[in-house]
Design a protein around this ligand. Structure first.
Ligand code: AMP
Length: 112
């Protein structure tokens, strides 16, 4: 989608700091990090968010989660938080499905 920020990052029209890529996913550093490590894992397929997934996306969702775990391992993180913001009221600002991987500092719960 030409008007989607993360599709444009995937197409390399907008630069990003790559962490990992494979046939299904791309991971890069968040431009406005909320923790010492803040990586976004996105599917290459455009989906607006969690709410737009259907049954055919079940394995893609698993791939995002497992990729996050592998990236956390590769960065030496033993404690980290994984977040999907789903919908504007939950804090979603980019409407291309993405998983936040946050680590490197103590985090509060509940997040607020
Ligand atoms: P969300 O608010 O859950 O939709 O998360 C979107 C994230 O994308 C935010 O944490 C932003 O800081 C991040 N972001 C926005 N533009 C860029 C960009 N060009 N490169 C990397 N991260 C970005």
């Amino acid at each position: 989608m030409s008007d989607c920020l993360f599709c444009r990052i995937l197409a390399k029209e907008i630069p990003s700091r790559k962490v990992h890529e494979d046939e299904l996913t791309y991971a890069f550093h968040d431009v406005n990090p909320q923790a010492p490590t803040h990586v976004l894992i996105v599917p290459r397929k455009h989906l607006a968010g969690v709410a737009e997934m259907d049954k055919t996306d079940e394995s893609l969702c698993g791939a995002l989660l497992f990729r996050a775990k592998e990236i956390a391992d590769s960065l030496g993180l033993t404690s980290y938080r994984l977040v999907f913001n789903s919908g504007a009221e939950a804090g979603q600002s980019v409407f291309h499905l993405h998983l936040h991987l946050l680590g490197g500092r103590r985090m509060k719960w509940p997040p607020g």
